[in-house]
Each structure stands twice: as C-alpha cells, then as structure tokens.
Design a protein around this ligand. Structure first.
Ligand code: PMV
Length: 289
C-alpha cells in the first residue's frame, strides 16, 4: 500500500491566454488530495475516469482510496491532483521507478484523454512540481517562491472548462482584431506580474486588470463579480477569477493581516471562502492511512 498527495492550483495570471501561447503564471496551493493505491488483482472498477485512465497508461491494476478537501469542478485543478497523486502512489506501490517529469507527462496524457484533447499541461505540471510556475511558449519553469496571502472564493456555480475554452475560441474567431490584442495584454500582465511579485499592492492591481480582461472576453459570471468586488471592498490588494471562469472560483491577494476579513466578506457575498498560500512541494509521499 502506498499513499501520496498532490496540491491544487490557481492561475495568478494568464488563464485562457495560455491556450493561445501567451504567458501565464500558476501557483500550487493547499489543500491537497490524498490517494492510496494497493496492489489488487481484481479491484472494483475505478469510479473516476481519471483513475481508470491512469491504470490503463501504466499497465497495472490496483484498488484506490481518495481523500480530498478540495472542491471539484471549481477551477482549482482537483482532477489533475487526483491524477498526479494516483500515478505517484502507483509508481511507489508497483516500483515503476518513474521520475517526476515522467509522472507530470503521463498525468497530462491522462487528462487529455479523459477531457478529449482539451487540457493544457499547466494543472498537472504545477500539481506534480509545486511552486510558482511560469508557462511560456509551451515551456514551464518554476520561478523563485514568494509568500503570497491568498483567499479563494468558490462561487459554487458549476462550470465546464471545455465549454469556456470553446466560448473564447468562438470570440477569437468572430473578433480576432479585438480578442487577439486582449490576449496579448493578458500575456503582458503575466510578465509584469512576474517582475512585481515582491510588491503585493502593484500585483493586486495587475490581477484587477486581468479580471477585467477576462470579463471582456466573456468568461466572467455575476457570482464571480460579486465575490471579486466583496474581496476588494474588504481590503484585498486585488482579485480576479481563476481558471476557466463562468463560475468556479476567484482568488484575492490579501495583506498579511486582512485574510479573515476578506474571507468573511466573500462568505457574506454568497461564496465559500478559504485562506491558502503557496505549496512548494508538489506531489509527496504520506504516511499510509
Ligand atoms: O478551470 P481550470 O482550472 O481547468 O483552468 C482552465 C484554464 C484554461 O486556461 C482556460 C485552460 C487550460 O487548459 O489552460
């Protein structure tokens, strides 16, 4: 039996733009998903298509127990975290000797197969490696970690990442002269954000602009706007939707001492808030449950 965990993620900048090869900045966050894999010749069929696909990819079979505090389908990368932790635990249990890079690669293949080709490597890479990751021209590299005080607000409005990605593709097809430059501007925000990581006030302002641009290309939602405005009024340096949009989650950058106040404001505006910060570790072995 082997138990491994993997973190979720938020996009600080650049969701949707990364699909069109513009830069983006994503960050691994707590909570973690924990997966236990046990050798088993005839296990019960896996409930999650991600787990079933993991076993198909690596050619073994086992029984799986998942424990997660992370909301699913909320744009926090829970399916990627389950995939990564399952592969890491199976790697350990079956002594497959896969390295982290390989786990990240297989996890991306699993997501792409289950989501029918529509998954960037962001979620699976960030969940495997942890830290702050700059996505640029198909490459992914970790940037030096910084301590950002984040408050996540879940609108509890369900969304479909693939539908939102399609919606943006449609906007781009209809209005390339408008939406293309918006994508460029989002890419520039990412690069400016990376240079501004030590100045939370300016970083927050850039997040506000990124939110407005995402709204402009049609991936906002009234529930996201409500939570973003509530967080800003409660003293956040900045706030934006995170992930595909159309529901799901927003993220606020908080002063060190204002997190509880901002979380309270998000809750009062109808969201579910939690306070989090950077996870630098990525997937890791846990004591067996
Ligand atoms: O909602 P999430 O966490 O799956 O994020 C989607 C991010 C997009 O940029 C819209 C798509 C992608 O694959 O990067």
């Amino acid at each position: 039996m082997a138990t491994w965990s993997a973190p979720g993620k938020v996009f600080l900048f650049g969701e949707h733009a990364v699909v069109y090869d513009r830069p983006g900045l994503a960050m691994a966050i707590k909570p973690r998903v924990q997966v236990t894999v046990r050798r088993h010749r005839r296990p019960a069929p896996a409930k999650s298509p991600y787990i079933a696909q993991c076993f198909r990819e690596i050619g073994v079979t086992g029984s799986v127990y998942v424990s997660s505090q992370m909301p699913s389908s909320a744009g926090l990368g829970s399916s990627a975290a389950v995939t990564v932790a399952t592969l890491a635990a199976a790697n350990d249990e079956f002594e497959l000797e896969l390295g982290r890079e390989e786990i990240a690669e297989i996890a991306h293949r699993v997501e792409k197969t289950v989501q029918k080709g529509r998954a960037s490597a962001t979620d699976t890479f960030v969940s495997t490696m942890g830290g702050l990751v700059l996505i640029m021209e198909g490459s992914r590299r970790r940037v030096p970690p910084v301590n950002l005080n984040l408050v996540i607000g879940n609108t509890q409005v369900s969304h479909s990442t693939s539908r939102m990605v399609e919606l943006v593709a449609e906007q781009l097809r209809l209005r390339p002269g408008v939406v293309g430059p918006v994508m460029d501007a989002i890419g520039s925000l990412t690069l400016e954000g990376v240079r501004t990581l030590d100045d939370p006030r300016s970083l927050g302002r850039l997040m506000d602009i990124n939110h407005a641009l995402l709204d402009a290309i049609g991936v906002g939602h009234p529930s996201l706007s409500r939570l973003v405005l509530a967080a800003r009024s409660a003293g956040a340096f900045g706030a934006k939707l995170t992930g595909a949009g159309g529901g799901g989650c927003m993220v606020a950058l908080s002063p060190k001492s204002g997190k509880t106040r901002i979380a309270g404001a998000i809750d009062s505006a109808g969201g579910r808030a939690f306070i989090t910060n950077l996870d630098t570790v990525g997937t890791r072995k846990e004591n067996d449950a």
